[in-house]
Design a protein around this ligand. Structure first.
Ligand SMILES: *[C@@H]1O[C@H](CO)[C@@H](O)[C@H](O)[C@H]1NC(C)=O
Ligand SMILES: *[C@@H]1O[C@H](CO)[C@@H](O)[C@H](O)[C@H]1NC(C)=O
Ligand SMILES: *[C@@H]1O[C@H](CO)[C@@H](O)[C@H](O)[C@H]1NC(C)=O
Ligand SMILES: *[C@@H]1O[C@H](CO)[C@@H](O)[C@H](O)[C@H]1NC(C)=O
Ligand SMILES: *[C@@H]1O[C@H](CO)[C@@H](O)[C@H](O)[C@H]1NC(C)=O
Ligand SMILES: *[C@@H]1O[C@H](CO)[C@@H](O)[C@H](O)[C@H]1NC(C)=O
Length: 660
């Protein structure tokens, strides 16, 4: 009996020895490539790469989790001088990030850089590179950030830069690029700069959204955001991929022949006619739709007819007890909830405060029959009854798997109530920040991704199908469904009910788009900003509304931007996510989407559908089919909620569905 544990101990020890074997955790080939690079490039001796230890421990080198390949090479400001030799860095086939900025490297970029297919970020600024725009770089289709600024590059910016569709940042300023700017427009492009070059011609309209300083100091650039082009030197025709400008410029119009003018007016007339027809058609359809989906006013006496089988049917007794005046102020139910109770039931229910928000207080109400709902009691509603009802009709008819349905409302002079499903699994805020560290299960990456996708789906549905601005996106308004950790957005579309369409409440400050702080108006684009903050929250694990980001007064987007600018992308991520090794790629992708959303200028943010598409495409090729359920089953209205009601109220101690 005594020998067995000893044997086991020896086996464990042997296993440990094997796993510590340095030969296994050494990227041998990459090491050779790095040494070849350093031996041919003169540099200050600050690097001191020691050949007898793993390359993964060298200054500026970072490997993947298993130390089998180099993922990051960062050698900023180490006085590297001369050309990058071919057949050196081009062999680091798994490289993700390359930073050689602020050195004295010169010559051209070797053609074998085209083999670095996984490169995402390339920082070569502040060197002395010269020659044409490196063709090898335009083949790296996963590039998101390319910085060639402050070098000595010349010649045209090639149209093949348009192949880099994932670019979020392109920095070409302070070079000698000439010719015209190709009409490139990666959908997620947030930062762009070609100032201080020798470019001429018109600025492609897709790039007109960037500030004038991004185009300053060139030979003869024209068009928005700079001065309009000279009519006597017509700008070269825009590339066929570009949509034609909406408003024809003055200069073009002046040169049109009468025939062309007639042709255009006829075409325009036809277009306007078509547009009118479409609008009329849509109006008719909308009216039909809203007629068919009118909320069911629930006369108290008929309550049982609407209810599902399991509910009690003692409503008739209550009817007599209700005052006549109250009859005009009934609880108005929307289709699909399957609820049957009335105001009396609601008032008799045991209520528990879930949270006090900026627009009112939320209660968890357990009715006598056992049904649990969330009742939101609005305060300071500024609209009249009719307007309130109309708005409720809009909100109540929004049905989507990823939107928490409004089930009923109540309006009287003194009391405005909204009724929602109760979600026992709680909010993203509770899952992400609740009792961190103390035995809590961290929110897994897959689930975070699923929640991000759900939130984007819900919001895209609100924006596109509902034409409703959410206006109050934050992690405590993202509710998780217990069954599949899908999530839905709650508390949407309430801003129009209040005098000040956006109360400046400190709790939502961290999510508010900068322009909303001034205009007090929430928009589709401010929703996109708030979702961006939410994505950053999922990635960093940091609560945007808590000033715990080191420096005082710096918000989450700016903190993330500052870290990423320093090329330490990996450092922004939540430590709880560091256990997952093969997801870094996905995390970086989501980070880039989040950063595109938090662009300061609203026009530079993508549309919500674009954000959704980017997140969906990010997941493409994953085996997790659960992320790709068809949007058809989103229209089932009450489907998910029935489950949450069926859950017995044993979950009294679980985190509340609404938190402040
Ligand atoms: C390189 O590393 C080995 C093993 O750690 C060590 O013995 C040696 O002194 C180091 N060489 C230099 C130049 O630092
Ligand atoms: C990878 O290399 C780094 C740096 O030498 C080291 O700290 C880490 O423990 C290694 N990881 C594995 C799994 O060998
Ligand atoms: C850049 O190139 C021009 C001409 O090609 C040359 O005169 C100039 O010295 C170069 N500048 C640097 C910093 O290498
Ligand atoms: C890149 O762009 C060029 C010019 O637009 C095109 O000819 C080429 O096929 C593209 N390459 C890839 C890999 O898409
Ligand atoms: C732009 O500059 C190039 C030379 O760099 C010249 O050939 C071309 O005519 C210029 N185009 C315009 C519109 O000024
Ligand atoms: C573009 O770069 C120039 C020169 O570095 C800088 O002055 C300007 O502010 C930059 N503009 C933008 C929009 O980044």
């Amino acid at each position: 009996m005594k020998e067995r544990p000893t044997m086991a101990a020896i086996l464990v020890f042997l296993a440990m020895l094997v796993s510590l074997d340095p030969v296994i955790s050494e990227p041998t080939q990459d090491k050779q490539a790095l040494l070849a690079f350093l031996s041919q490039v003169p540099h200050e001796n600050r690097l001191r790469w020691n050949q007898s230890v793993s390359a993964c421990s060298w200054v500026g080198v970072r490997c993947d989790a298993s130390n089998s390949s180099v993922h990051y090479l960062r050698l900023p400001g180490v006085a590297l001088v001369g050309q990058i030799p071919a057949n050196t860095l081009g062999r680091l086939s798994q490289l993700r990030v390359l930073s050689l900025r602020s050195n004295r490297l010169s010559g051209s970029i070797p053609p074998d850089f085209s083999q670095l297919k996984l490169l995402r970020s390339v920082y070569l600024q502040h060197n002395e590179f010269s020659g044409a725009f490196p063709p090898s770089l335009t083949e790296l289709t996963r590039l998101t950030r390319l910085d060639l600024s402050s070098n000595n590059f010349t010649g045209p910016i090639p149209f093949s830069v348009g192949n880099l569709t994932l670019l979020t940042g392109l920095f070409l300023q302070n070079n000698g690029f000439s010719g015209k700017i190709p009409s490139i427009s990666p959908p997620g492009l947030v930062s762009f700069n070609v100032s201080n070059n020798r470019l001429n011609g018109s600025i492609p309209s897709a790039l007109a959204r960037f500030p004038a300083s991004a185009f300053a100091n060139n030979i003869n650039l024209c068009g928005a955001p700079l001065a309009p082009c000279n009519p006597f030197f017509p700008s070269p025709a825009p590339a066929p991929t570009l949509p034609p400008p909406l408003v024809p410029t003055q200069s073009k119009r002046r040169k049109l022949s009468t025939a062309a003018i007639i042709a255009i007016s006829v075409a325009g007339g036809v277009l306007i006619l078509l547009l009118l027809l479409v609008i009329i058609f849509l109006l008719i359809r909308k009216r039909r739709k809203s007629e068919s989906a009118k909320p069911q006013k629930l006369p108290v006496s008929a309550a049982t007819a609407v209810g599902d089988a399991g509910t009690s049917s003692s409503k008739d007794d209550v009817t007599g007890g209700l005052a006549e005046g109250a009859e005009r102020n009934k609880l108005v139910f929307f289709r699909g909830g399957g609820y049957s109770f009335d105001l009396e039931d609601l008032l008799r229910a045991s209520a528990e405060v879930l949270g006090k928000g900026s627009v009112g207080t939320s209660y968890k109400a357990v009715l006598e029959e056992g049904t649990t709902v969330v009742v939101k009691r609005l305060k300071d509603v500024a609209v009249a009854k009719r307007e309130f009802e109309q708005h409720m009709e809009v909100l109540g008819n929004i049905k989507d798997q990823n939107v928490l349905p409004l089930r009923a409302y109540y309006y009287s002079k003194d009391e405005k109530l909204l009724v929602y499903d109760y979600m026992p699994a709680g909010s993203l805020s509770a899952l992400l920040h609740g009792s961190r560290g103390s035995g809590r299960t961290p929110l897994e990456w897959d689930n975070r991704l699923r929640i991000a996708l759900s939130a984007a789906r819900g919001l895209a549905h609100l924006h596109v199908s509902g034409n409703v601005v959410h206006g109050n996106i934050k992690s405590s308004n993202i509710l998780v469904k217990q069954e599949n950790l899908d999530a839905c957005v709650s508390d949407f579309g309430l801003n129009p009910l209040f005098a000040n369409s956006s109360p400046p409440h400190h709790r939502i400050m961290g999510y508010r788009a900068p322009e909303v702080l001034e205009t007090r108006k929430v928009t589709f684009k401010s929703d996109v900003y708030s979702l961006g903050v939410l994505l950053l929250e999922l990635l960093t694990g940091k609560a945007p509304n808590q000033a715990s980001l080191g420096e005082e007064g710096i918000d989450l987007p700016r903190w993330v931007q500052s870290v990423v600018r320093e090329e330490w992308t990996a450092e922004v991520f939540d430590v709880e996510l560091m256990r997952y090794h093969n997801v870094e790629e996905e995390m970086v992708q989501l980070l880039q989407i989040g950063m595109a959303c938090v662009a300061t200028v609203p026009d530079q943010r993508p549309e919500m559908q674009q954000v959704l598409r980017m997140i969906e495409e990010m997941n493409r090729g994953e085996t997790d089919e659960g992320l790709h359920h068809s949007s058809d089953d989103a229209i089932r209205g009450g489907g998910g909620s029935d489950n949450s009601q069926a859950t017995p109220v044993e979950s009294r101690t679980s985190p509340p569905g609404f938190t402040p």
